[in-house]
Write a protein that binds this ligand. Structure first.
Ligand code: RP5
Length: 163
């Protein structure tokens, strides 16, 4: 959890999602982006989820990252209560390896968007990077950090050696 006012809200349906969603949190920390992280479930704590989403804008959040697994209603339900950008992360479920999560999140009917990322760890990391990109539209120093991140990533890939 960051100490300054959070710009990104990370929500998830269960603490079992945290090992995946923590990767989003760590990525935001790496960019120095203030965030908050919370368990709020669409079916176990629906009132809490609605209150969170409905109050997100007035509390100063700019992006919400929502991760859920199985019948993953959370990102779509959060999006139904806010006009902030909502990025959905399908958690890799035990039964169907996250295909259930992916299809539950990605097929939003036109009118209430959820930007859906890849299943699992990559999705969590990329959700954070997209959140940073969104914030960087009005933050030049963050934009510069994104350029640096890409340069470092390219340098690492270019230096890769094989046995
Ligand atoms: C969803 O159910 C959560 O997002 C989680 O991915 C899945 C399983 O939850 P637990 O049974 O591990 O609490 O609501």
């Amino acid at each position: 959890m960051s100490e300054s006012s959070p710009l990104v809200g990370i929500v998830m349906g269960s603490n079992s999602d945290w090992p995946t969603m923590k990767l989003a949190a760590e990525m935001l920390e790496g960019f120095g982006v203030a965030y908050e992280a919370k368990v709020t479930s669409a079916h176990r704590t629906p009132e809490l989820m609605f209150d969170y989403a409905a109050s997100a804008e007035e509390r100063g959040l700019q992006v919400i990252i929502a991760g859920a697994g199985g019948a993953a209603h959370l990102p779509g339900m959060v999006a139904s209560k806010t006009v902030l950008p909502v990025l959905g992360v399908p958690i890799k479920s035990k039964a169907l390896s996250g295909m259930d999560s992916l299809l539950s999140i990605v097929q939003m009917p036109g009118g209430v968007p959820v930007g859906t990322l890849a299943i699992g760890d990559s999705g969590a990391k990329n959700a954070a990077l997209l959140a940073v990109s969104i914030l960087a539209n009005s933050d030049a120093s963050l934009r510069a950090k994104l350029h640096d991140f890409r340069k470092e990533q390219s340098a690492k890939a270019a230096a890769m050696e094989l046995d």
